[in-house]
Design a binder for this molecule. Structure first.
Ligand code: NAD
Ligand code: LMR
Length: 334
């Protein structure tokens, strides 16, 4: 029996993600928690005929910890898109003030009520909310480095789509799925697109730079187009679904799966991570292998061009600053 819980299930990402997970046969129980509207969302989804159990939970008031306890108990996987999204002109870091507190308090409940769950953090700024989650779990004495993931899959989706666009759609995004990836962090130029042999298709710097910039600032494109009504939700729900569906194969069927996520690398088994990463940062988005127990191995992509190495070095510096901000939020600045 697999129980999946979404915290922030009534939001722009939460609702389409709930729909996608409602249709997933690997999930036996779907638990939808939010401070608003999940009773309605789950009533609506419960009319879709599947054998899955589904329930929505809304706390009675700010001091109600009983409702989230019931929502979380027995969860094998917890997905967190709770928090405010950007408006035009904001950076992801501008969300820190509000989302840091939301993530810390939700993770506290996860740590108390389902400490063995796989935890997938979507709330921004990911480069800081993941360290917040890790430090909060450590404080509770329940941190498992193999089971905490910052979801950067949307950057990968964008790279596949935008690269295919720049190759005039001559190559399908499905082929690119296993061949290209993003590493680093999840904000601006902390995102490093790695395009393997597709580099040879870019004879001029201009079109390559355009691709890199579009992936790194893809989030801004959506924020601008939505014009004050939020950020990426449907593509994000799809991205989270791809990650979670893959993870469910590991959790339910003990398959060994490959993914990419923002993880705390220094307490994990690693392979060929360059010193310029491990010396300066404890966190990075990298290719990972996962089984039922969690992350087995963190690897560095096989081959990087000189330019990709330079971008990675720059990303290390960016991530380092964001990670300290998250760490200090839990422990207080020195
Ligand atoms: P949204 O405002 O539409 O939804 C957020 C939901 O969180 C709301 O329903 C709200 O009620 C709920 N919420 C707030 N505080 C809560 C709490 N304490 N407990 C439970 N629920 C709570 O926002 P959205 O568009 O769904 O985006 C959510 C977050 O995801 C944002 O921080 C956004 O920046 C981030 N995001 C991340 C990525 C990524 O690639 N990782 C992509 C897109 C968006
Ligand atoms: C994205 O990449 O679309 C998300 O991180 C949301 C945002 O604020 O850009």
């Amino acid at each position: 029996m697999v129980k999946a819980t979404i915290l922030g299930a009534a939001g722009g990402i939460g609702q389409p993600l709930s729909l996608l997970l409602r249709l997933n046969k690997k999930i036996d129980e779907l638990s939808l928690y939010d401070i608003v509207n999940t009773v309605g969302v789950s009533a609506d989804l419960s009319h879709i005929p599947t054998p899955q159990l589904i329930k929505g939970y809304v706390p009675k008031d700010k001091s109600d910890n009983e409702t989230i306890k019931i929502a979380l108990q027995g969860s094998d996987i917890v997905i967190i898109p709770a928090g405010i999204p950007r408006k035009p002109g904001m950076t992801r870091d501008d969300l820190f003030k509000i989302n840091a507190g939301i993530v810390k308090s939700l993770i506290h409940q996860v740590g108390i009520n389902c400490p063995n769950a796989f935890i997938c953090i979507i709330s921004n700024p990911v480069n800081s909310t993941v360290p917040i989650a890790v430090e909060e779990l450590k404080k509770l004495g329940v941190y498992n480095p193999k089971k905490v993931f910052g979801i950067t899959t949307l950057d990968n989706l964008r790279l596949e789509q935008f690269l295919s666009d720049s190759l005039n759609n001559k190559v399908s995004t499905t082929d690119l799925y296993n061949d290209v990836l993003t590493i680093g962090g999840h904000s601006g130029d902390s995102i490093v697109p790695v395009i393997n042999s597709w580099n040879k298709n870019f004879n001029d710097n201009e079109s390559y730079d355009k691709l890199i910039n579009r992936v790194q600032f893809g989030g801004d494109e959506v924020v601008k187009a939505k014009d004050g009504k939020g950020s990426a939700t449907l593509s994000m729900a799809t991205a989270a679904y791809r990650f979670v569906d893959n993870l469910l194969d590991a959790i339910k069927f003990n398959k060994i799966i490959k993914e990419v996520a923002f993880v705390k690398i220094d307490e994990l088994e690693t392979f060929k991570l360059p010193f310029f990463i491990t010396k300066h940062t404890q966190y990075f988005s990298l290719p990972i292998t996962i089984d039922q127990e969690g992350i087995k191995l963190v690897e560095f992509p096989g081959y990087l061009t000189e330019k990709e190495v330079l971008m990675t070095k720059h990303a290390v510096e960016k991530v380092k600053v964001d990670v300290s901000k998250g760490f200090n939020f839990v422990h207080g600045s020195k």
